[in-house]
Structures are given as C-alpha cells and as structure tokens.
Design a protein around this ligand. Structure first.
Ligand code: HEM
Length: 132
C-alpha cells in the first residue's frame, strides 16, 4: 500500500447511517403501505415481521451494504400476486416519500429509483417469470 492510494468509496448504505437508518425507513415504508387502502389487502395474510426483515436486507444490498438477503427472488414472491403497474408505482412512491422524509440525499434516492425500475418486470403481473 502507498500513501497515494485512493480511499475506499463510501457506500450509500454507510452515508445514510447504516442498518439503523435502513430499519427505520422500512418501518415507515410498510406503515404507509398498510395505511394505503389500495395496497393493504395484499398483506393481510403476510407475516409482516419477516416481510420487514427481508425488505431491510434487500434495501441494504441496493444501497451497497452487506448482502444478507434471505428472501425469495422477487419474481417468485410477486408473480402469484398479479400486481398491476399502477400498484407497483404506488409502492415505489411510498418508498421515495419515506426516503425523502428521512432526508436521504437526492443522489441516493435517484439510485434507488433506478433499481426499482430495473426490477419492475419481476414484480408486476405478466412480467418476467421466476427462475425455473
Ligand atoms: C417495488 C419493488 C418491490 C420490492 C423491491 C419488493 C420487495 C419484496 C421483498 C424483499 C419481499 C419478501 C420476499 C420473501 O420474503 O421471500 C416481498 C414480498 C411481498 N411483496 Fe414486494 N416488493 C416490491 C413491490 C411490491 C408491490 C408493488 C406489491 C403489491 C402491490 C408487493 C407486495 C408484496 C407481498 C404481498 C409480499 C409477500 C408475498 C408472500 O409472502 O407470499 N411488493 N417484496
């Protein structure tokens, strides 16, 4: 190693405050989703503690933090739900609103939105099928 070596770039995950911040964001996110009458019905039979844990693990990966994701792949979890694009956009809107509310920097939110766009066809009805 030399003293001129580039410093390790700081991940979005670290910049926003790490696991505690992600957990807070996921709590607020599902509070909003469950309070939305158009979306709440999807979650009536869902174990929300496990759901929150898996979403926090996934958001951590999206933000460049450690990969400890233990949930199913997104297509397997969502294709049976037949989610229309409008509901997908509504969920994405709740996530953006929460990140904004928590003063997450704009460039981080932009990157999260880019990932949301990438996974859309795994989540919405008629999109990509689960891996065989
Ligand atoms: C926008 C991108 C989305 C991401 C990143 C995402 C992420 C996740 C994750 C990580 C899980 C857990 C999977 C598991 O535990 O194995 C999950 C499950 C679930 N998601 Fe999403 N989700 C998204 C959009 C949506 C939308 C738009 C809806 C409904 C309108 C939805 C409804 C659900 C439901 C009901 C489950 C539980 C399914 C089950 O337990 O059978 N998700 N999602």
């Amino acid at each position: 190693m030399t003293v001129t070596e580039e410093p390790t770039p700081v991940s979005h995950f670290e910049r926003i405050g790490g696991a505690g911040s992600v957990k807070a964001a996921v709590e607020l996110f599902y509070d909003r989703v469950l309070a939305d009458p158009e979306l709440a019905g999807y979650f009536t039979a869902v174990d929300m503690a496990g759901q929150r844990r898996h979403m926090a693990q996934m958001l951590t990966v999206v933000l460049g933090g450690p990969n400890e994701y233990r949930g199913r792949d997104l297509a397997t979890a969502h294709q049976p739900l037949q989610v229309p694009v409008a509901h997908y956009q509504q969920v994405g809107g709740h996530l953006t609103a929460v990140l904004t509310q928590l003063n997450v920097p704009g460039d981080v939110i932009t990157d999260v939105q880019a990932v949301l766009a990438q996974v859309q066809d795994q989540v919405v009805a008629g999109g990509r099928q689960a891996d065989a």
